[in-house]
Design a protein around this ligand. Structure first.
Ligand code: SF4
Ligand code: SF4
Length: 453
């Protein structure tokens, strides 16, 4: 459909956010929020015996499932979490990733309760030092967080331990959190004592911090590193809209040269690669009619040999089932498929989306702005080509803007809209994607400002 032919009804239907807060939708799961495919059995039955693809951990030789379970967005009920974890383990998933800061501090405990119902040798658990808040740079407070992880997870050793979200605030921040206070020396000793079996870090943001840690690899001997990697971020990370960017291609290749295995986060970029527009969907379906866009994203990541595991946040059974099918076993992308995805990434890089993965690290906003909800709405409008960008040759611009404003008001309650942003800047340091949040809020405000008659 041509943009100029779009009327309000069609716009609202396509935007499809209804009257619920977009954040409440996105907080559950990006796939679920925008209606990614979830037919019950599009690929036939889930295999009875695990056919999962595994990768060998370089040092210990242990087999890690190429599909890892990102626990950040879990259902509220423990029973539902248990059911997901049981299914995952029964189908060969053995890597579970959590952090003290997830789920308002509940996530490690919920994860520990679910996992501890299984024999300890059936799973590998990853957790992190989430001391991003400066009040936790103090050694004793950080150590308390570390010790609490053992209690919450009900374990006496942690399989994979990460310095959480390195890069925000650059090298100074890194040194304040881990080096100057002696925390990294302590964690290295914990690895020697085998209470930490593998030590690594997760990276977002300023590439100088990533490079600094790898420049010191002779000293630290990183066992693994977690990076954001997907076919869009491979060569288009941030696309100039973040404060500092490094393409996943650079990160992956640097790690591969050093022989450090990679754990991947955001393989479908917070759901953006699962919710591609109809044009892109048609290009993918022409090649593999039965595969969802999400499956393409996972296959692309899993095709890289230096990946240890690919984290997916799965809070609904149908997502877990679909992902288990994708990885049981993984069918690597062919050269032609890789070329197609590179072309699609180039197309998507032209979209003026905001690089929000809806992780909600920035929440709550002290003034009530639903930050990921606003960005999710905006991105959906961009992807579906529904943004009312002023265009003198567009005779229907006024109608399109009215439709955009109406849909926005239906999706985001007044007290959560971009207009309530005061530019206080408190969210800035919390965003792992380095998004200039208040600036982007202004952009949304501008789009929703009523035209003068
Ligand atoms: S800058 Fe805006 S969005 Fe960010 S915390 Fe302040 S009011 Fe909230
Ligand atoms: S703005 Fe940043 S911190 Fe907030 S949800 Fe988006 S990516 Fe996460």
């Amino acid at each position: 459909m041509k943009e100029r032919d779009m009327n309000r009804r069609q716009f609202l239907r396509q935007l499809g956010l209804g009257s619920a807060s977009a954040f409440s939708l996105m907080a559950m799961n990006p796939l679920q929020a925008f209606g990614a495919r979830r037919e019950s059995s599009p690929f036939g039955p889930v295999p009875e015996a695990p056919l999962m693809t595994y990768r060998k951990q370089n040092g210990t030789g242990e087999n890690i499932s190429l599909l890892g379970f990102g626990m950040m967005r879990l259902p509220r009920e423990q029973e539902q979490v248990n059911e997901l974890v049981d299914y995952a383990i029964a189908h060969g998933v053995n890597y579970f990733d959590t952090a003290p800061m997830y789920g308002g501090g509940r996530n490690e405990g919920v994860t520990g309760a679910a996992l501890s119902r299984h024999p300890r040798d059936k799973y590998y658990v990853a957790t992190k030092m989430s001391n991003q808040n400066q009040a936790l740079w103090d050694f004793d407070k950080a150590k308390e967080m570390y010790e609490n992880s053992f209690r919450q997870l009900r374990v006496d050793y942690i399989d994979y331990y990460l310095l959480h979200s390195i890069g925000g605030g650059g090298i100074n921040n890194l040194k304040g959190r881990f080096i100057d206070n002696g925390l990294l020396d302590f964690l290295l000793k914990e690895r020697e004592a085998k209470r930490i079996r593998h030590l690594g870090f997760s990276y977002h943001g300023d590439v100088a911090a990533f490079d600094w840690l790898l420049d010191h690899n002779d000293e630290y001997h990183w066992d693994f590193v977690q990076i954001q990697m997907n076919y869009l971020d491979w060569r288009h990370a941030g696309r100039g809209r973040r404060r500092s960017d490094a393409d996943a291609e650079y990160l992956y290749n640097r790690l591969e040269k050093l022989g450090i295995q990679v754990v991947v986060m955001e393989p479908i970029r917070g759901g953006a690669l699962a919710n591609v527009n109809d044009e892109i969907k048609a290009q993918l379906q022409a090649v593999r009619p039965d595969d969802s866009p999400a499956t393409w994203g996972f296959r692309w990541v899993g095709s890289h040999p230096n990946i240890l595991t690919t984290l997916s946040g799965m809070n609904r059974m149908e997502h877990l089932e679909e992902n288990v099918r994708t990885f049981s076993p993984l069918q690597p992308c062919t050269d032609a498929e890789n070329e197609l995805l590179a072309r699609i990434a180039d197309q998507m890089a032209g979209f003026p989306t905001i690089g929000c993965t809806t992780c909600a690290y920035c929440m709550p906003c002290p003034y009530g702005v639903d930050i990921p909800g606003n960005f999710a709405f905006y991105n959906k409008a961009v992807t579906e080509k529904l943004l009312p960008l002023p265009n003198p040759s567009d005779a229907n611009y006024g109608e399109r803007q009215d439709a955009f404003i109406k849909a926005y008001r239906e999706a985001i309650p007044a007290e959560k809209r971009a207009t309530t942003c005061t530019d206080c800047g408190q969210c800035l340091a919390k965003c792992p994607q380095q998004i200039r949040i208040p600036n982007q809020m202004s952009r949304i405000v501008e789009l929703t400002r009523k035209r003068r008659k």
